[in-house]
Write a protein that binds this ligand. Structure first.
Ligand code: NAG
Ligand code: NAG
Ligand code: NAG
Ligand code: NAG
Ligand code: NAG
Length: 417
C-alpha cells in the first residue's frame, strides 16, 4: 500500500515538474479509475481483463454524467454522477469489496459535494439502469466462453506454428478474439486485422529478426544494454501492477491539464479505455488466427537459419499466448493514438513503473517515444520478434482512431460535449 502511494506521488510530482502548464488531474474521475486499478492490481488481473474493467467503469462515468445533465428533476453535479456510477459498476463486479472500499469512497464524495439523502433515490433511478445496461452488454460479450483451444504439438511438423512453451499447460484468452468489443462490430475487427500477416519463414527479414531476438532477448545476452534490460522489466507490468492499460491511464492522469472540465475528462477516459478492450479483441483475433510461434520455440527448434540452442532462455518468462502481434503494443498503440489526439505529438513527461520501484521515473519527449520503447522492451525481454511489436502498435493505433472517428466524431478537449 505504502509503495503504491509512493508510485502515484512520483508520477504527479514528476509530471508537474516537466509538463507545460498545470498538468495532472485529481478529480472524481481519476480517483475512481485509481480505485478500479487498485482492485485490478489487488486481484492480480492480467491486462485484457483489466482493460475490460477500466472500459466498464469509464463508460459508466461518462454515460451517467450525460444522463444527469439532461435530468430535470434535480441538479446533479457531474462529479456526483460519476462517483455514483463508478460505485455502482465496481460494486456489481466485485461485491465482496463493496462495503469496505467502494461504499467508503462514495460516502466521502457525497459529503464533499454536500449531497443530501433526498437526492439518493434520484441518483439511483438515473444511474442504475444505465450502469446495468453497460454490465448486461458485457455479460453477453462472450469474453468468458469456453473456447476448447488445442495447441499444435511441439514436433518438427509444426515449424513456425504456435506451440506450448516449456512449462505451459494452458493458453490465455483464446475466447477474447471472438468477444464483443465495446464499439467495433465483428466485421470491423476483421477489416482492421486483415493487413496483419505473420512472417513467412523464408523471409530474410524473419532470419534477421530471429538472430536479433536470439542475441538481444537472451537471459544472458552480452549485447543488450543495461538500460534495455531495465526496459524489459519496467514495462513488463504483469499481474499485481494494474497492467499496461493501467500505466497508460496513470500517464494520462498526470498529463491532462488540471483545468480540464470533469465531463471532458470522462469522455477522454471512455475513449481511451474502451479502445484498450476493442484493441485487445482485435489483437487476440489476430493472435489466434495467425498462431505464430514464440522466439523460445523457434530458437530451440532447428529450422535451417541458426543452430538450435536448446538451452536458450528469454530474459522474462514467455506469456502463454501466440506470438503475433504483441498484446502490450496493441494497447500502447491505442494509448498513443488517443493521447496524441488530445494532447499533441510532442509532450514531455516522466513516469515510474510499479514493476521496477527501485528504478524510479523515466523521462520521455513524447507519448510515441514511450510507446516505441514499450515495444522494444518486449524484444529485449525475449518474448517477441520486432515485427510483432511494430504491427501490434499499428493495429492498436488504428483501432483507437476508428473508434474515435466513428463513435466520438474525433472529439478532443476543445470539442463541445
Ligand atoms: C459544502 O458545504 C460546505 C459548508 O457549507 C461548503 O463550504 C462547501 O463549499 C460545499 N461544497 C460544495 C462542493 O458545494
Ligand atoms: C512441449 O510442450 C510441453 C507442454 O505441452 C512442454 O512442457 C515442453 O517443454 C515443450 N517442449 C519444448 C521443447 O518446448
Ligand atoms: C498507477 O497508479 C497507482 C497509484 O495511483 C498505482 O497503484 C499503480 O500501480 C499504477 N499502475 C501502473 C500500471 O503504473
Ligand atoms: C547463455 O549463452 C550461451 C551462449 O553464450 C548459450 O548457449 C546459452 O544457451 C545461454 N544460456 C541461457 C540460459 O540463455
Ligand atoms: C523495429 O522495427 C522498426 C520498423 O522497422 C524499427 O524502426 C525499429 O528500430 C526496430 N526496433 C528494433 C529494436 O530493432
Amino acid at each position: 500500500m505504502a509503495f503504491q502511494r509512493s508510485v502515484v506521488i512520483t508520477i504527479l510530482i514528476a509530471a508537474a515538474a516537466v509538463t507545460p502548464g498545470n498538468a495532472a488531474i485529481n478529480s472524481i474521475i481519476s480517483q475512481w479509475l485509481t480505485i478500479a486499478q487498485n482492485t485490478v492490481l489487488t486481484l492480480g488481473f492480467e491486462h485484457q481483463q483489466a482493460a475490460r474493467v477500466y472500459g466498464i467503469v469509464a463508460s459508466a462515468q461518462y454515460d451517467v454524467i450525460l444522463l444527469a445533465r439532461v435530468n430535470k428533476a434535480a441538479y446533479i453535479p457531474d462529479e456526483v454522477a460519476a462517483a455514483y456510477a463508478s460505485h455502482a459498476a465496481l460494486s456489481n463486479l466485485f461485491n465482496w469489496r463493496q462495503n469496505a472500499i467502494y461504499d467508503v469512497a462514495l460516502l466521502q464524495n457525497l459529503a464533499q459535494f454536500n449531497v443530501s439523502d433526498s437526492l439518493l433515490p434520484v441518483l439511483q433511478s438515473l444511474a442504475i439502469p444505465a450502469v446495468q445496461k453497460i454490465l448486461y452488454d458485457r455479460l453477453r460479450d462472450g469474453s468468458s466462453l469456453f473456447a476448447n483451444f488445442k495447441p499444435f504439438s511441439n514436433s518438427s511438423e509444426n515449424i513456425g506454428r504456435y506451440q506450448f512453451t516449456p512449462g505451459q499447460t494452458s493458453a490465455r484468452y483464446p475466447q477474447v478474439g471472438q468477444a464483443r468489443p465495446f464499439f467495433l462490430t465483428s466485421g470491423e475487427v476483421d477489416l482492421l486485422t486483415r493487413p496483419l500477416k505473420h512472417f513467412s519463414l523464408d523471409d530474410p527479414e524473419y532470419a534477421r529478426q530471429l538472430k536479433q531476438v536470439y542475441l538481444y532477448g537472451s537471459a544472458n545476452s552480452t549485447v543488450r544494454s543495461a538500460y534495455d534490460s531495465d526496459s524489459a522489466r519496467f514495462w513488463a507490468l504483469g499481474p499485481g501492477t494494474g497492467s499496461v492499460a493501467g500505466i497508460w491511464i496513470n500517464i494520462s492522469i498526470a498529463a491532462i491539464p488540471s483545468s480540464t472540465p470533469v465531463v471532458h475528462q470522462a469522455r477522454f477516459f471512455k475513449i481511451l479505455t474502451t479502445s484498450f478492450w476493442d484493441a485487445a479483441v482485435a489483437c487476440w483475433r489476430t493472435k489466434y488466427r495467425e498462431l505464430f510461434w514464440r522466439p523460445i520455440t523457434a530458437i530451440r527448434t532447428f529450422h535451417g537459419i541458426i543452430p538450435a540452442d536448446p538451452s536458450w532462455t528469454p530474459l522474462l518468462p514467455t506469456p502463454a499466448h501466440p506470438e503475433y502481434p504483441s498484446g502490450h503494443q496493441c494497447s500502447s498503440g491505442a494509448a498513443v493514438y488517443v493521447l496524441e489526439s488530445f494532447l499533441g505529438v510532442s509532450f514531455p513527461f516522466d513516469v515510474a513503473s510499479p514493476s521496477t520501484p527501485l528504478l524510479g521515473p523515466r523521462s520521455y519527449p513524447s507519448f510515441r517515444a514511450a510507446g516505441i520503447e514499450v515495444g522494444n522492451s518486449r524484444l529485449y525481454a525475449g518474448v517477441h520478434f520486432n515485427k510483432s511489436n511494430v504491427d501490434g502498435f499499428d493495429l492498436g493505433y488504428r483501432v483507437a482512431r476508428y473508434v474515435h472517428l466513428k463513435n466520438f466524431k474525433s472529439a478532443t478537449f476543445s470539442s463541445s460535449i
